[in-house]
Design a protein around this ligand. Structure first.
Ligand code: FES
Length: 284
């Protein structure tokens, strides 16, 4: 007998937002009846905010509870924030799920991802279509018994720190039938952790002096030219460990509304190029 939290039992006994939205702006599917669980999620979106969400599911109590809480988690949130929700967030919101039932939270994440993959804000339609066409890649199925893709296994490993094939099976079902895909799952685990180790090794290779030089160079050669295009500019004031103090100049300095966007642009550029722990602070 699994050990369920009170919240799981509550959402299982009294599921919220069950049903369908006839004029939904986005619909996502995950699982299949032949695999034992299936979830369909419907979203109503207005001005970039999820105003309503409903679901239909065929599955166990954990699948019902995961779907139910997911709808509560996303109603009222921006599409941007909803895109950041992981299966771990769903399980955490339920007060946890037994390891063998974590695949239910993954199914919720997968259905949400599927819905938002197909959702395009009407204002950004052309840009988004171009991007979709540019990024179109065939999804590789690793587990044919359950139709689980390489991408889903990779995301489950990344979001939940999975280290063994058994854990991947608990979270995605992949490997839980004939077992033929187990060596492919192990390869994905190995590739993920080798990549992570390489990224960590690359990070520690920079000495403090090299880090300062690199930050300076990224600001001068990459960030500053971008800001100059809009009549602004940026100056590096100081570097204190991972804290990078900058001063915005020209049009950027008086633009209070766009400062958050600017800060996140500068921060994400430096995190990507130098160190993911960098924090950017604007000074006068
Ligand atoms: S191919 Fe994955 S369990 Fe059969």
């Amino acid at each position: 007998m699994w050990d369920y939290s009170e919240k799981v039992m509550d959402h299982y006994r009294n599921p919220r937002n069950v049903g369908k939205i006839d004029d939904a702006d986005a619909i996502g599917n995950a699982g299949s009846l032949t695999c034992g669980d299936q979830l369909k999620i419907y979203l109503k979106i207005k001005d970039g905010i999820v105003t309503d969400a409903k679901f239909q599911t065929f599955g166990c109590g954990s699948a019902v509870a995961s779907s139910s809480i997911l709808t509560e988690m996303i109603i009222g949130k921006s599409v941007e924030d909803v895109r950041k929700i992981t299966n771990k967030d769903i399980a955490d919101e339920l007060g946890g799920l037994p390891p063998e039932k974590m695949h239910c939270s993954v199914m919720g994440y997968e259905a949400l991802e599927d819905a938002l993959k197909g959702y395009v804000d009407k204002d950004d339609l052309n840009d988004a279509l171009d991007e979709v066409n540019d990024n179109k890649v065939e999804e590789k199925i690793v587990c044919t018994c359950f139709g689980v893709t390489e991408n889903l296994i990779w995301e489950a490993i990344k979001q939940n720190g999975l280290k063994t094939v058994e854990e991947v099976t608990n979270y995605t079902k992949a490997g839980g039938a004939c077992g033929k895909c187990k060596s492919a799952i192990q390869d994905i685990i190995d590739t993920y952790y080798n990549k992570e180790k390489k990224e960590k090794d690359d990070e520690v290779k920079l000495s403090p002096a090299q880090k300062i030089l690199k930050i300076n160079s990224i600001i001068e050669n990459r960030i500053s030219p971008e800001l100059q295009k809009d009549g602004g500019d940026i100056t590096l004031v100081d570097i204190d460990g991972d804290r990078v103090l900058v001063r915005l100049r020209g049009r950027c300095s008086g633009c209070r509304n766009s400062n958050l966007t600017l800060k996140s642009f500068v921060e994400s550029s430096l995190r990507e190029a130098v160190d993911k722990n960098i924090e950017v602070i604007e000074v006068n």
